[in-house]
Design a binder for this molecule. Structure first.
Ligand SMILES: Cc1cc2nc3c(=O)[nH]c(=O)nc-3n(C[C@H](O)[C@H](O)[C@H](O)COP(=O)(O)O)c2cc1C
Length: 369
């Protein structure tokens, strides 16, 4: 290992420490983003389903707390940008999905229903316009690849573009479209699988582990752009291991959920740091495959054999149940996104300290201290 840790990422996006914190709705609040960036990493705000004014306000709040580079993330998934027409969904699919949700509605005094929810309004283009107008330092695309026209619009205002992908083919496509960096998302990852359209089968959607995907991605695109490893990394050993596989740094989600500055509820942070933490891949919460803690809901959903509503309509269908569970602090009936390495977590540190300590420890492991 001849290059100092993170040298290529520093050159590409101007961060001192090769640790990127994932955009995570409700979790990656401006306080977390600024803490990570102030520690020398790249904090990334999430903007999915935020109204344009809220995206702008959050960007400005980050800017008030840091003068270091930060990113803004959004999903570019086909079904998110163009919501499927609810009328096109077969009745039995709607009824099957609602029947599972109906099992839990009485628990929160919610009325049962067998109707299809209304389509969500597409807010992606409006959010992208705000990011370009605000000339953010880094745009982070997930769950879909930015087309070259979009990359050019960002580059024209000086914004770097990084893109998370789960296959080598998508990595090549992102680079061909002009991306400045690629994040290789292994199957261990918490949250949603980073594909631009839904893969029908759970086993296909799981994808390759980080150990398999990261070196393959490095070989495919690493000579053109920096590659970051994601999925199952929670400490300096993970960062050092990814470096040994040829990656230029890491992106972490789960580890940052359980930090002091994260916007996650205390119950979620506690569930990530103690007790039984088996994870599973489910499409029962949003309609898209995501890794979460295994709970009463994920088991009932799996046992039912119900088909998820397409797009984010599944999320709309279950919003009353999941929202009520969140309000009540219930840990069984709301999505608690978590990666496979969650079982290694035992503390809730400050994100600022975590970034600095992880980088220093990784350097020591790599003999660069
Ligand atoms: C709570 C949570 C929310 C997430 N939200 C997003 C998101 O909004 N956009 C995105 O591109 N990825 C999102 N991800 C996925 C991460 O980008 C990344 O693939 C994953 O966290 C890496 O694996 P790890 O959780 O083991 O660190 C989320 C992950 C978690 C755990």
């Amino acid at each position: 290992m001849t290059e100092p840790l993170g040298a290529r990422l520093r050159a590409a996006i101007g961060v001192d420490v090769p640790i990127v914190q994932s955009g995570m709705a409700g979790v990656a609040v401006p306080e977390l983003v600024a803490a990570v960036s102030n520690a020398g990493g790249l904090g990334v705000m999430a903007s999915l389903r935020l109204e344009p004014d809220a995206v702008r306000a959050a960007i400005r709040r980050v800017r008030e707390s840091t003068d270091k580079p930060f990113g803004v993330n959004i999903w570019l998934h086909d079904d998110v940008r163009t919501s499927p027409d609810p009328a096109s969904i077969p009745d039995d699919v709607v009824r099957g999905s609602q029947a599972v949700l109906n099992e839990f509605r009485p628990q929160f005094d919610l009325p049962t229903t067998l109707d299809c929810p209304a389509a969500a309004v597409d807010l992606v283009d409006a959010a992208l316009d705000v990011m370009i107008d605000e000339r953010i330092p880094v745009f982070s695309a997930g769950v879909g690849i930015p087309e070259s026209e979009l990359v050019e619009r960002f580059h024209a205002v000086g914004t770097k573009v990084i893109c998370m992908v789960a296959t080598v083919e998508d990595g090549r496509a992102a680079v061909a479209n002009g991306a400045d960096g690629v994040i290789a998302q292994g199957s261990e990852s918490g949250g949603h699988r980073s594909y631009g359209s839904k893969l029908a089968e759970q086993h296909q959607a799981a994808g390759e582990s980080s150990l398999v995907l990261v070196p393959a991605m490095v070989d495919a695109v690493g000579s053109d752009v920096p590659v970051l490893g994601a999925g199952g990394i929670v400490d300096a050993r993970g960062l050092a291991a990814m470096t040994a596989l040829g990656a230029d740094g890491v992106l972490m989600g789960t580890r940052f959920v359980a930090t002091k500055e994260s916007g996650a509820a205390q119950m979620w942070k506690d569930r990530l740091t103690s007790g039984d933490r088996a994870t599973t891949l489910t499409d029962g919460f949003t309609g898209q495959w995501a890794r979460v803690l295994s709970t009463t809901f994920t088991e009932a959903w799996e046992d039912s054999g119900a088909e998820a509503l397409p797009g984010l309509l599944q999320s709309a269908a279950g919003s009353d149940v999941f929202g009520a569970a969140k309000k009540a602090g219930d840990d069984q009936l709301q999505p608690l996104y978590a990666g496979a390495a969650v079982s290694q977590l035992s503390d809730i540190p400050s994100a600022f300290d975590l970034v600095g300590e992880m980088a220093a420890e990784a350097k020591a492991i790599l003999g660069q201290a």
